[in-house]
Design a protein around this ligand. Structure first.
Ligand code: ADP
Length: 451
């Protein structure tokens, strides 16, 4: 088979290539993975955690090199890319959390003495996207392995080198076949889903998620899906507007908007809208765009032409349907979409309903907080949401009315240690992190005896 070639989205240059896995080889790969699983399980949590921690140290010592590869392959600014690589070294706490989550628990009620175990499922497939090309694999591979499963990772076809590099680092310490990489695109993903794996953990588009859920239903395979969002931000009249505008610019344009919890819709009461918009435009001006390897760049290119065209077509449609451009809106070139602020965005526009995944901040002015909440919730998605307001009680009240899985107050979504990463509605199925999240990588078994 032809190799899978990887191109730098900022320059179009070839970054490297990997051999593509033949779909017909996948059943054999799953058999190898299954054969390696019992010995991996037999190492016990401590044995597995020791190897995973040793391997993870390399993410710190090699962060510059791995970060550079992330920037070359998908375009994000080098500083963020190095941060992503470094974050993978930080596994100690998560491994402890996994150990705690999976420890057997005993219950006694006077009649029965029962112990609940969380055993490995067997072979897990991890199918990952390109926007955090090392962190997303890690979110699935680490808990799956720590729980005693073996894993087959299929990284995105946009970032095969990052996926390979991530697995190569782990494989310097792991026994053979405990983590195997399958390279390719939809065909390999489908074949993996159809193969004899026990769980499919997937992060990607809603459409692919639905496809996977349907395919998995044939033999009721376990599935964990994280499927993107259309995150709203509500700015209340009590908000610190400068802070809110800086956040909106950062969270709309970070990673060129290619983040599942990007701010995609901003609802602002009329009374403060002029000032908020002016501040947002000002904050947008500081989001320097360019090649992620260049010093000072905050916004890189879109990952590829397809993604760029998707964003530009939404943008053009919105403008032709009456949205007003406050910043950006032109100067797009190659894979670079200029960070753009729109106002006057209405529910009828596709940019208000379909995931954009690009550097566009969409403002909608509202007459009341109730209208803001109603519009924020008018979506099939439900990953994250953000509320800005300095009146603590009122702000929390508004936050509690939002239907998303994760809500940030005066900050980005994502809770502290121990909390799940969870989507509501069509943003997800199952979740990541937290005790409950870790348990999804296991089969719960109850052993009971009469007392
Ligand atoms: P994105 O464009 O955001 O990466 P996709 O859902 O297209 O989202 O892809 C995410 C991952 O899913 C990639 O690794 C891709 O190769 C894989 N994939 C795409 N289609 C399928 C499918 N039908 N079954 C399994 N995996 C798939």
């Amino acid at each position: 088979m032809k190799p899978l070639k990887s191109y730098n989205p900022a320059t179009g240059d070839l970054v490297g290539e990997v051999p593509i896995t033949a779909p017909d080889d996948i059943p054999g790969i799953v058999e190898r993975s299954r054969a390696a699983q019992p010995a991996w399980e037999a190492l016990g949590h401590d044995g597995r955690a020791r190897l995973l921690m040793q391997a993870a140290e390399s993410f710190l010592t090699r962060a510059d090199e791995l970060g550079r590869l992330i920037t070359l392959e998908m375009g994000k600014p080098l500083r963020e890319a190095i941060g992503e690589a470094k974050s993978l070294a930080d596994v100690k706490h998560e491994l402890e959390e996994i150990q705690e989550a999976l420890a057997p628990e005993t219950f006694e009620d006077g009649r029965d003495r029962s112990t609940v175990y969380h055993d490995p499922l067997g072979v897990c497939a991890a199918i990952t996207p390109w926007n955090f090309p090392m962190a997303m694999p890690a979110w699935m591979v680490l808990p799956a392995l720590a729980a005693g499963n073996t894993v087959i990772l299929k990284p995105s076809e946009e970032t095969p080198l990052c996926g390979q590099a991530y697995a190569d680092v782990l494989n310097e310490k792991l026994p053979a076949d405990v983590l195997i990489v399958v390279q390719g695109a939809d065909d390999q993903g489908k074949r993996l889903v159809d193969s004899d794996v026990d769980l499919i953990a997937f992060t990607g588009s809603r459409e692919t998620g639905k496809h996977i859920l349907r395919a998995a239903s044939r033999d009721l395979k376990r599935v964990i899906l994280e499927l993107g969002g259309k995150d709203p931000m509500i700015v209340l009249e009590s908000a610190d507007l400068e802070k809110a505008a800086r956040f909106a610019a950062h969270n709309s344009f970070r990673n060129a908007g290619q983040v599942c919890v990007s701010t995609e819709r901003i609802f602002v009461p009329e009374a403060i809208a002029d000032r908020f918009e002016a501040l947002l435009v000002e904050a947008t001006a500081s989001m320097t765009q360019g090649d992620g390897l260049d010093e000072g760049v905050k916004v890189g290119p879109m990952v590829n032409e397809h993604q760029r065209n998707h964003v530009l077509s939404q943008l053009e449609a919105a403008v032709s349907e009456g949205a007003e451009v406050l910043a950006g809106g032109s100067g797009h070139h190659d894979n670079f979409v200029t960070p753009t602020v729109l106002t006057g965005v209405t529910e009828e526009m596709s940019i208000a309903t379909e995931e954009t995944f690009g550097p566009v901040a969409c403002v909608t002015r509202v007459e009341s907080v109730e209208e803001a909440v109603q519009k924020a919730n008018a979506t099939h998605f439900g990953l994250g949401a953000v509320v800005f307001g300095e009146d603590g009680e009122r702000t929390t009240q508004v936050a509690r009315q939002l239907t998303a899985g994760m809500i940030g107050i005066n900050k980005a979504v994502g809770g502290g240690a121990g909390t799940p990463w969870v989507g509501a509605r069509q943003s997800g199925f199952g979740f990541h992190k937290s005790k409950d999240g870790h348990r999804q990588f296991t089969q719960t078994r109850v052993l009971s005896k009469a007392v």
